[in-house]
Design a protein around this ligand. Structure first.
Ligand code: SF4
Length: 323
């Protein structure tokens, strides 16, 4: 049973006809997530008083500083947009969202692929990798949180990393409502192998926080743990890191395997490293052994299902390189 993550989303992604031309963007990824995620749709341009349809906006670069300017009207909306960034940043200071899913390439919502120009009108862009005023503002205000744009979510690896992040954060948010040492220990224990795949060093840091040798108050422990959790969830596991974890898990039952089973597993591991089979194949094989040897500690490990499996689609097969 997964806790629904709270995700701030650009409203034009499946949530409203709010684009400059009055359109909405269809996104299969967003449709897939709707049953599993609490989306909080916002349209920064409409929030600052613009209508839909409207004059399109452009990011203008003046000596390295960016301004949000109406393409035809030349009206400058930068101050209003920055005020809206502050409004959202303030509104979510107490209970931060579990993630952000923003529209790519938008001069407002974009986070890393926005075209910026020197002037309005017909002119070549001078940079294709600028941040939108709102998207960039969110990155600054919530830099530790999981934030993606919808174009990058077409990539399975990126999408999976986003899912892992938001569902793990949502679970921690729920846990934080009733802070107990027992709950934290169980959470840390359940995610051990997932965290190990992200970063062994960060896993040790989390472990020390849980051990609490300084005898800190529970509030302080949870705060430190959340900060470290944000850091570890930003690390996308590499194939080598996943391989290490798979071998760790295999170590639990390798003694009980015959030589053919061991050779088969190691052969599959090699295929995974060569990107010929997905991570999921190995996890499913290991999970079958977890059941066979009735290993309760491994049965609960989140690495086997870190987010709802309905979010993995057949259309991903063949195109994906997991881990
Ligand atoms: S990209 Fe952002 S500002 Fe533009 S229409 Fe979509 S939600 Fe509104």
């Amino acid at each position: 049973m997964f806790i629904k993550p709270n995700v701030i989303i650009s409203k034009c992604l499946e949530h409203g006809h709010c684009r400059f031309d009055g359109s909405m963007i269809s996104s299969q990824v967003v449709k897939d997530m709707m049953a599993y995620v609490n989306f909080i749709p916002i349209c920064p341009e409409m929030a600052i008083g613009l209508s839909s349809p409207r004059d399109s906006l452009r990011l203008i670069d003046a000596h390295g500083e960016h301004f949000l300017i109406g393409n035809k009207t030349a009206v400058d909306y930068t101050v209003e947009m920055k005020a809206y960034v502050k409004e959202i940043a303030d509104a979510y200071q107490g209970e931060t969202p579990d993630g952000f899913l923003l529209k790519s390439r938008s001069p407002s919502c974009g986070v890393k692929d926005v075209k910026s120009y020197k002037v309005l009108g017909k002119a070549p862009c001078i940079n294709k990798s600028s941040k939108g005023i709102f998207g960039g503002g969110m990155m600054e205000a919530f830099g530790d949180l999981i934030l993606e744009d919808e174009a990058r979510m077409m990539n399975f690896d990126i999408r999976e990393h986003f899912y892992i992040g938001i569902f793990t954060k949502a679970e921690f948010r729920e846990l934080s409502k009733e802070k107990t040492k027992k709950g934290l220990v169980a959470f840390h224990s359940r995610h051990k192998y997932l965290f190990m795949a992200c970063s062994q060093n960060q896993l040790k840091i989390l472990g020390k926080i849980v051990a609490n040798h300084e005898h800190l108050h529970l509030d302080a422990i949870f705060e430190s743990y959340e900060n470290a959790l944000n850091q570890i969830l930003k690390r996308k596991p590499t194939k080598g890191q996943y391989t290490n974890v798979l071998l760790h898990i295999f170590g639990y039952f390798s003694e009980n395997m015959n030589s053919e089973e061991k050779a088969y597993f190691l052969d599959m591991l090699g295929q995974y490293r060569d990107s010929r089979i997905p991570l999921m194949s190995l996890l499913m094989l290991l999970k079958s052994w977890v059941f066979r040897f009735d290993m309760d500690y491994l049965k609960i490990q989140s690495i086997f299902e870190p987010y709802p499996k309905d979010l993995i689609h057949i259309r991903d097969s063949g195109k994906i390189v997991l881990g």
